[in-house]
Design a protein around this ligand. Structure first.
Ligand SMILES: *Cc1c(COP(=O)(O)O)cnc(C)c1O
Length: 360
């Protein structure tokens, strides 16, 4: 067996300890004589898995009691529709567009009501985040929407918009559990887990009580109503049981590590290593606005497409995998999520150093 340093943006690297634990229980989970994959979602062992997972994420993020935690299917993309369907009582929402993911969410919301563009960084090719201090929001907006870490362009908010009484909705898919967050500042936080938490197939929604309502848009499918899922404790239909189980193991792993403050320190150390090298390099250049650089996704280029391709191909000889940039922007992107060990970033920087010397 030989593991690589996997810089994929998602599905992405998971902690080895978690994979080994899952492997150990593959044929016989905890004396049940079956794997979690084969188990009824109504069984006592699974009830314990999902309840423990919820308690652990509540603990990790210090989620206040007036928020529900849901483990759902459909990915982050399904929430692009579920959010307006559930929250658009006035049929008005303000969107800040800072990359492809918020742009997609904005486009989807327009299907359901008057989604307004509050600010955009598209003219800067999404290399930056709009200045939140200069935005005025619609008085009648049901919510303000942001994507807090834009996976493709490698930017993140360093400050949240002040929305007053208007609930703030945030897509945190690519930064989920990478650092502490003040949940009480948001109406709804959600993310697909395949970036920073677990296997594809689970989306976690953290929603404030008062936003779980009966008066949703009348065409909202029953399964997509937050109230349905709150009432059923995420078990309205068969949930992604295996994925939830792995998320639970990752929550335990994070707790053992010291929680989200400890995780943040490690993430800052990893990101600094890579950004410091990029800032001093004569060959490589980071593409995101310094002020808003992501701790999780680091896009960079040489400025020469052929050299980029050579770099990506030679990287494989150093166990560096999935370093190619998103198809819409080219270049390279290193996703350095929670489970990427420091040695992985060290190996990447060492190879970049070598490549720079050889191709000067
Ligand atoms: C990957 C990603 C999505 C889409 O996630 P799916 O689970 O594939 O629907 C949405 N938002 C962000 C920020 C992402 O990184």
């Amino acid at each position: 067996m030989s593991r690589v340093y996997n810089f994929s943006a998602g599905p992405a690297v998971l902690p080895e300890k978690v994979l080994l634990e899952a492997q150990a229980g593959m044929l016989d989970y905890n004396g049940t004589g079956m794997s979690v994959m084969e188990m009824s979602h109504r069984s006592a062992p699974f009830a314990q898995i999902i309840e423990t997972a919820e308690a652990d994420i509540r603990d990790l993020m210090s989620i206040p009691d007036n928020y529900h935690v849901l483990f759902l299917q459909g990915g982050a993309t399904q929430q692009f529709a579920a959010i307006p369907m559930n929250l658009m009582q006035n049929k008005v929402a303000d969107y800040i567009v800072s990359g492809s993911w918020s742009k997609k969410a904005f486009k989807e919301a327009k299907l359901y009501g008057d989604a307004r563009l509050a600010a955009s960084s598209e003219e800067e090719n999404f290399s930056t985040v709009p200045n939140v201090d200069s935005i005025t929001f619609s008085k009648d907006a049901d919510y303000v929407y942001i994507c807090q870490n834009e996976t493709i362009y490698g930017t993140r908010y360093t400050k949240l918009p002040e929305t007053g009484n208007i609930p703030l909705v945030s897509d945190v898919s690519s930064m989920f559990l990478s650092e502490p967050m003040d949940v009480s500042k948001y109406g709804l936080i959600y993310g697909g887990v395949q970036k920073n938490i677990g296997p594809a197939g689970v989306v976690i929604v953290i929603v404030r009580e008062d936003l779980v309502r009966e008066d949703v848009l009348p065409t909202t499918p029953t399964i997509m109503r937050y109230l349905t899922q709150v009432d059923a404790k995420s078990l309205s239909n068969t949930p992604p049981c295996w994925g939830i189980y792995i998320c639970g193991l990752v929550f335990k792993w994070l707790k053992e590590l010291g929680g989200l403050s400890a995780m943040k320190e490690i993430n800052e150390k990893k990101a600094a290593l890579l950004y410091d090298f990029l800032d001093s390099s004569k060959l490589f250049k980071g593409t995101a606005d310094r002020q808003y650089r992501s701790l999780m996704n680091v896009p960079f280029v040489t400025g020469d497409a052929e050299l980029d391709a050579k770099f990506i191909s030679e990287a494989k000889n150093h166990k560096i995998e999935s370093i190619k940039g998103h198809r819409s922007v080219g270049g390279m992107r290193a996703s350095i999520y929670n489970a990427m060990p420091l040695e992985g970033v060290e190996a990447l920087v060492a190879f970049m150093h070598q490549f720079e010397k050889e191709n000067a």
